[in-house]
Design a protein around this ligand. Structure first.
Ligand SMILES: [Zn+2]
Length: 454
């Protein structure tokens, strides 16, 4: 009986597993470029439609060559270290794309030309399958590309940047990436239904208010009206958002960089990992790990309590003696000073900071008295031999929570004492050394280093 139920359970699990395979199918995920854990950089994912099983190696090669091309194009060339890239090999039963949305073929993602009546508009129409494949194979995606196995010219933007394998399609994909990744508008006249205020499209003619005013008159950036609708303007005459084969203009390039920083901070990591803590040693090493554009344009500045204490270093040591009693602030500030970014005076979108709050209370051999929430607290003597006295004076009645930490930050003991009054805490059973006492009162706290000697 026991064996039978076990067998039934196994059979049931097999059934669940096989059903799961139907609904959460996994495919081969190839790494094209890896700069770090998927939680950190921007993840580009390439899907393919209309590739037969036998053609999947072609898909993978195409995906790789698209990614390689992408990182030769500005501004992506400088920000390669901010991106991972992967391809997912999904086979289709039928090759290529449909010629019309009314006559879809048996490709996997429902890609079709002639979308919305525009012949070159190539769109993968089966969004459910796209989202399922991503959810089951690479849920951490940031930007998705679709390569469609057809040599007919075509592509589209939307949330999935799509292009065929036509020889100009690499350029199409860059153009479509401008739409998908940075929400850029077309700089050719695509029709009134696509006209909108965007990074690179406007109806504003007041040069003081113009969104690309910081570029105006430079890098061939101006205010050029669309011949087909003269109340709409573009910033450049020859941007890839107008003509394939051209680079991104300075305005679009800046827009793409803003999108990169919106998705990936230059901070890869920092230490200490906890940003609020008590200084329980003579010094602390603060350290940042950064992702740099290439060449780097990041300027690093360190502050202690708003005073600059370091520049263009990745780590800095702060000594206990440099801290004031109570609350201290250590900031690592990183700014991209690239000439490709021209923020308005009051904007600092490309500035990123890590802030640590470090609490301390001075150590000394004399009795210390601090006014704290209308109470005077004394902790003495210091150094301590057998007993540490905590005296709290004041008119209010209440309880304080006392914790003692060793130099490694481990809690050694804790107790609750009533105030006002004086309490003696036994220390003779503790090893000689440096300790931190923390007193919490009414949601506030203070801490002090004490030295135990025997
Ligand atoms: Zn442009």
């Amino acid at each position: 009986m026991k064996h039978l139920s076990k067998y039934l359970l196994i059979a049931f699990l097999c059934l669940v597993a096989s059903q799961n395979r139907i609904f959460s199918q996994t495919y081969l995920v190839d790494t094209i470029q890896y700069q770090g854990d998927v939680d950190y950089p921007i993840n580009l994912v390439i899907l393919g439609d209309g590739f037969l099983v036998s053609e999947l190696p072609v898909f993978r090669d195409s995906a790789e060559s698209y990614i390689n091309l992408l990182f030769t194009v500005d501004p992506f060339s400088r920000f390669k270290s901010f991106f991972n890239a992967f391809s997912i090999s999904v086979p289709s039963n039928e090759q290529g794309a449909a010629m019309h949305p009314d006559t879809l073929i048996d490709n996997y993602f429902g890609s079709t030309f002639n979308y919305a009546g525009i012949e070159r508009l190539l769109v993968p129409t089966n969004n459910t399958r796209i989202t399922n494949v991503l959810a089951n194979n690479f849920p951490e995606y940031d930007q998705v590309f679709m390569l469609v196995n057809s040599t007919k010219y075509g592509g589209s933007g939307g949330w999935v940047a799509t292009a065929s394998l036509h020889e100009d399609s690499k350029e199409i994909l860059l153009h479509e990436l401008g739409h998908s990744f940075a929400n850029l508008a077309d700089e050719y006249w695509a029709g009134i239904q696509y006209a909108r205020e965007a990074i690179n499209m406007t109806q504003e003619t007041d040069l003081e208010k113009l969104r690309w005013r910081n570029w105006y008159g430079d890098n061939n950036i101006g205010l050029y009206s669309h011949a087909e609708s003269t109340s709409w303007y573009r910033p450049h005459q020859n941007c890839i958002m107008r003509y394939l084969g051209e680079p991104f203009c300075a305005v679009c390039r800046e827009g793409l960089i803003e999108s990169i920083y919106a998705l990936a901070s230059p901070f890869k990591g920092y230490e200490p990992g906890i940003t609020t803590f008590h200084m329980s040693s003579d010094s602390v090493l603060f350290k940042v790990e950064l992702t740099h554009p290439e060449p780097t344009s990041l300027v690093r500045v360190w502050y202690l309590n708003d005073e600059m204490i370091g520049e263009n270093v990745d780590s800095i040591t702060v000594r206990f003696t440099e801290l004031k009693d109570g609350r201290n602030k250590v900031i690592a500030s990183v700014t991209d000073t690239s000439s490709w970014i021209r923020p308005y005076e009051d904007e600092t979108y490309h500035k990123t900071e890590v802030e640590w709050v470090v609490y301390t209370w001075g150590v000394g051999s004399e009795q210390q008295i601090k006014i704290f929430n209308h109470s005077a607290i004394s902790i003495y003597p210091n150094p301590v031999y057998d007993y540490l006295n905590v005296k709290i004076l004041g008119e209010q009645i209440g309880e304080v929570f006392i914790e003692l930490y060793d130099s490694q930050g481990r809690q050694i003991k804790n107790s609750i004492i009533q105030y006002p009054g004086r309490h003696s805490l036994e220390m003779s059973n503790l090893e000689a050394g440096l300790y931190m006492i923390r007193i919490s009162m009414d949601g506030n706290y203070l801490s002090s280093r004490i030295i135990i000697k025997h």
